[in-house]
Design a protein around this ligand. Structure first.
Ligand SMILES: NC(=O)c1ccc[n+]([C@@H]2O[C@H](COP(=O)([O-])OP(=O)(O)OC[C@H]3O[C@@H](n4cnc5c(N)ncnc54)[C@H](OP(=O)(O)O)[C@@H]3O)[C@@H](O)[C@H]2O)c1
Length: 237
């Protein structure tokens, strides 16, 4: 089977299925140098659109789209390639986050909308990864940008931290204090990078949270690697 990866859940799924004796190939986009690798086979790089993926599916029985909730293009290609080939597919999406008492969240529909919503936001920490930083390129409020790989552009007063999550709560508290952060911009990714939201709640820091794109219509969605492994083992191929 083919697992479209790039997430902790995709690695967990490949590890589980390989342990149970399945033949798994995980596909990575190939953007991150030195990625964390799952068990089983790994391929790297784009397929060349939905048509390219459909061609690759000729040798595949089952497809699991375990890409990041914000990798909307890949998910759209997976839906179209599965429809064109008849290969059964499922989307593995971890749940998004829910606000808790004390949270000061403003939800926005897109990363571009987050940039437009900042106004007088004080010192801003961009915790959206490398992609989308260009929307903030002219904004002087941005004081801190964190990503695994450097973004193509940086806002004029931004300090760049290159690091890979998940991050410990104490480290997130220290980062917010050191840079006197008033506002965090984050994606509603869900999962283990939640410590920044906890630190923001404690410190009264505002969070501008970008909503995840909707999955394609008709997609079957499971929310954990365990559930995806169950789908694989119960789906005839
Ligand atoms: N977006 C995020 O915030 C985010 C965060 C953490 C991890 N990631 C991971 O980073 C990768 C790229 O994310 P993205 O947002 O750039 O994706 P995207 O915008 O949805 O996809 C752009 C193109 O990258 C290629 N691609 C993406 N994921 C791939 C995969 N798993 N295997 C092979 N090719 C892939 C495809 O190229 P072709 O059209 O040539 O096939 C796709 O059309 C994904 O694997 C995702 O899981 C993304």
């Amino acid at each position: 089977m083919l697992v479209l990866g790039g997430t902790a859940e995709a690695r967990e799924l490949a590890d589980t299925l390989t342990t149970r004796g399945h033949h798994v190939t995980t596909s990575l986009a190939g953007r991150t140098r030195d990625p964390r690798l799952p068990a089983g086979e790994v391929r790297s790089g784009g397929f060349g659109g939905a048509e390219g993926l459909a061609a690759a599916l000729r040798h595949i029985d089952l497809l699991v789209d375990a890409t990041h909730p914000f990798a909307a293009r890949m998910t759209d290609h997976a839906a179209r390639a599965a429809a064109a080939t008849g290969v059964p597919w499922v989307v593995l999406r971890r749940p998004g986050w829910s606000a808790q008492p004390g949270d000061r969240w403003a939800r926005v529909p897109t990363t571009g909308a987050a940039a437009g919503a900042l106004g007088d936001a004080g010192s801003v920490f961009l915790a959206i990864g490398r992609q989308g930083v260009h929307h903030f390129a002219a904004l002087e409020q941005v004081r801190l940008v964190r990503a695994i790989e450097p973004p193509d552009v940086l806002p004029p007063h931004a300090h760049l931290v290159l690091a890979r999550g998940p991050f410990a709560l104490d480290d997130e508290r220290a980062l917010l204090a050191e840079h006197r952060i008033d506002t965090i911009v984050a994606k509603d990714s869900g999962g283990a990078t939640e410590a920044k939201l906890v630190a923001a709640r404690e410190a009264g820091v505002v969070v501008v949270l970008v909503d995840r794109p909707a999955p394609p219509g008709g997609a079957e969605i499971v929310s954990s690697a365990d559930a995806a492994a169950g789908w694989v083992e119960s789906t005839p191929n």
